[in-house]
Write a protein that binds this ligand. Structure first.
Ligand SMILES: [Cu+2]
Length: 136
């Protein structure tokens, strides 16, 4: 009786070992796939908008959702980049100072310089639903 019991336990132990090895093999095989998936979206580099000669340049910028814009004041006088809907505001930007804002929601964002409201600009944030051209 005790012999049978022993061999059953041994068989179970062997099965458990096989299962453990199989699990390890499967895990090892799926590992490179999970590690190989890159962060989607080439949106890491901010788009640069210069503030020069009392104007935003370029005046209109199109970015994907999650993209950022960096405003840099190249004028001798202070400016701001202030959203018309107040969703972002650089505050005072003296010469050489810059401000970066990341846009996480699609939409059209009009902005001005709060010191010179005739300075206007637009950021268009596009949803990432633009598929690759069909037929490819
Ligand atoms: Cu200004």
């Amino acid at each position: 009786m005790s012999d049978t019991h022993k061999s059953t336990r041994a068989a179970f132990a062997a099965l458990a070992l096989v299962a453990a090895v199989l699990t390890a093999a499967v895990t090892a095989r799926t590992d490179p796939m999970t590690a190989g998936s890159p962060t989607p979206g080439p949106t890491s580099a901010p788009i640069a908008v210069k503030i020069v000669n009392f104007a935003f340049s370029p005046q209109k910028v199109v970015i994907p959702v999650g993209g950022s814009v960096t405003w840099t004041n190249s004028d001798d006088v202070a400016h701001t980049a202030t959203a018309s809907d107040n969703s972002f505001d650089s505050g005072n930007l003296a010469n050489g100072q810059s401000f970066t804002h990341t846009f996480s929601k699609a939409g059209k964002y009009a902005y001005i310089c709060s010191y010179h409201p005739n300075m206007t600009g637009t950021i268009v944030v596009q949803a990432p639903s633009t598929p690759a051209p069909s037929g490819y």
